[in-house]
Design a protein. Structure first.
Length: 364
């Protein structure tokens, strides 16, 4: 697929994604260089790894641009099985790698990956396929409502066991959005919400580390050296940047003050170094990406493409919104990366592939 053959939506999507990826490359080096030098005696350690993931993502994107996206329908069940196996492997001792009290990574030899990232992507493919196949009975409770909900529920349960509430909420929300657009009777959700409410209450208010996050969200200054430390450092980064920022590479919070400066809180470093102009530009780029994704979904020539484009767009937009909301203190802390910008190999690769599939749908 040549650049000159792309339609306008695809060209705009490609430009926006390229800008976001370039911002990511620059900001990952800026945010991680000091930490990488202190940990590995190599200031470019994270940048080099990021570029490897970036290159691999581009190779996969090239593959998906050449193939008809409808071919994914044939492998929807296989992709679902792979995602479920990956989520189970993350929970197994010796295979699942624990970090920060959560088993969110799988280590197989020298290869490490985060199953919830590709599970979310594969789940979108499967849900798009099943919603397409179930259109004649989509309003039926047992045939149209229960099949996608059961798959979503089981996947979310496996992710909650890691535990990873942020990814669970994101995957479940994307699935519900897809079901709503597909025509599923949303009244069926009411009894499930009543049943799930006590579980959500337990997961949020009866789990110590999540309760601390809620408390730090409501009043981070009550525990400045504990639960509120990270968000306070994020506030300081965003506040000190002002309108124009301190300049690229001039962040002070990345000097071992703000934890995860190159991953979940990279938006705060953007605000500190590039200022309000930089953060608003990033927000505008994501808004434009979501708008174009919705247009591609609406214009898709088949239902599978429509649901697939919608799911991909909703996933990218929701992750970006949650990450930015966390960095600005609008919601409690969640461990979700900023698409295309945060350091994280699995997330980056599948974000690039997702855009390639969107372009494929747009030009079919």
């Amino acid at each position: 697929m040549k650049l000159e053959n792309l339609n306008r939506d695809s060209q705009h999507l490609l430009i926006i994604t390229t800008i976001l990826l370039c911002i990511g490359i620059v900001m990952i080096y800026s945010a991680s260089s000091c930490y990488a030098y202190e940990q590995y005696n190599d200031s470019s350690y994270y940048l080099k790894r990021h570029l490897v993931h970036f290159t691999f993502g581009l190779l996969l994107a090239g593959f998906f641009l050449k193939k008809d996206y409808k071919g994914l329908k044939k492998y929807a069940k296989v992709l679902l099985a792979i995602s479920l196996i990956g989520l189970v492997l993350a929970l197994l001792p010796g295979i699942g790698r624990e970090a920060g009290g959560a088993k969110r990574w799988v280590k197989l030899g020298f290869i490490g990956f985060q199953p919830s990232e590709f599970a979310g992507f594969f789940m979108i493919v499967y849900i798009a396929d099943i919603l397409d196949r179930k259109q004649p009975v989509i309003r039926n409770f047992m045939q149209g409502f229960m099949p996608p909900l059961m798959i979503l529920g089981f996947s979310v349960l496996l992710i909650l066991l890691q535990p990873d509430l942020g990814s669970s909420v994101c995957i479940l929300s994307v699935g519900i959005i897809m079901m709503f657009v597909a025509g599923v009777n949303m009244v069926y959700f009411l009894p499930f919400l009543i049943l799930v409410a006590p579980v959500l209450y337990f997961l949020i208010f009866k789990v110590a580390y999540r309760l601390r996050r809620i408390v730090s969200y409501l009043d981070p200054w009550s525990d400045t050296q504990g639960a509120g430390f990270q968000i306070i450092q994020s506030f300081l980064a965003l506040g000190s940047g002002g309108v124009l920022g301190l300049g690229l590479g001039c962040s002070k919070q990345k000097l071992f003050y703000l934890p995860q400066a190159h991953t979940d809180f990279i938006f705060s470093i953007i605000g500190e170094e590039i200022g309000l102009i930089g953060t608003l530009s990033v927000v505008a780029l994501f808004v434009a990406l979501v708008w174009i994704g919705i247009q591609i979904s609406i214009k898709a020539k088949d239902l599978f493409g429509r649901f697939l484009a919608l799911g991909i767009t909703a996933s990218i937009g929701l992750k970006a919104a949650i990450n930015i909301a966390v960095s600005t203190g609008a919601i409690p802390t969640k461990g979700l990366p900023l698409p295309f910008i945060s350091y994280g190999g699995t997330a980056l690769i599948f974000s690039i592939v997702a855009v390639a599939i969107l372009i494929n749908i747009s030009n079919s």
